[in-house]
Design a protein around this ligand. Sequence first.
Ligand code: AMP
Length: 111
Amino acid sequence: MCIFCKIVNGEIPNNTVLENEEFLAFEDINPQAKIHTIVIPKVHVESFNNVSSAIMNNITPFIQEVTKKLNVNSDGYRLITNIGNHGGQEVPHSHFHILAGEPLRGLVNRA
Ligand code: AMP
C-alpha cells in the first residue's frame, strides 16, 4: 500500500487541513514554503496520467475550499502536480501541492 493510502486509512498520522468523502488535504511533512499543503483523492490513482475527469471536476472546488481555509486567495499561491520521473514525482499517488504564505520562486516564476 502506498504512503498516501496509509494516510487515508489512518495507519500514518497527518495534520489534516480539510477532508470530505472523496478528498483529503494535509500539511506536507517537509514544507517547501511557509504554507505547503498536499491534496489527494482518497482513492488510489497513480498519477495525473490516470486521474479521471470526474475526479478533476470534484477536486477543483475542494482545492478552492482549501485555499479559502488557508486564507491565501488574495495573496496567491502555487498549485503543482509532479508527474513521473522527469516531473519529480516521489509518491506514486496523484496529488496536488499548494504552496503559499510567501513570494515563491522557481522554474515557472519569471519575476
Ligand atoms: P512529490 O515529490 O510530488 O511526489 O511529493 C510528495 C510530497 O509528499 C513531498 O513534498 C513530501 O514531503 C510529502 N510527504 C511524504 N510523506 C509524507 C507524510 N507522511 N506526510 C506528509 N507529507 C508527506
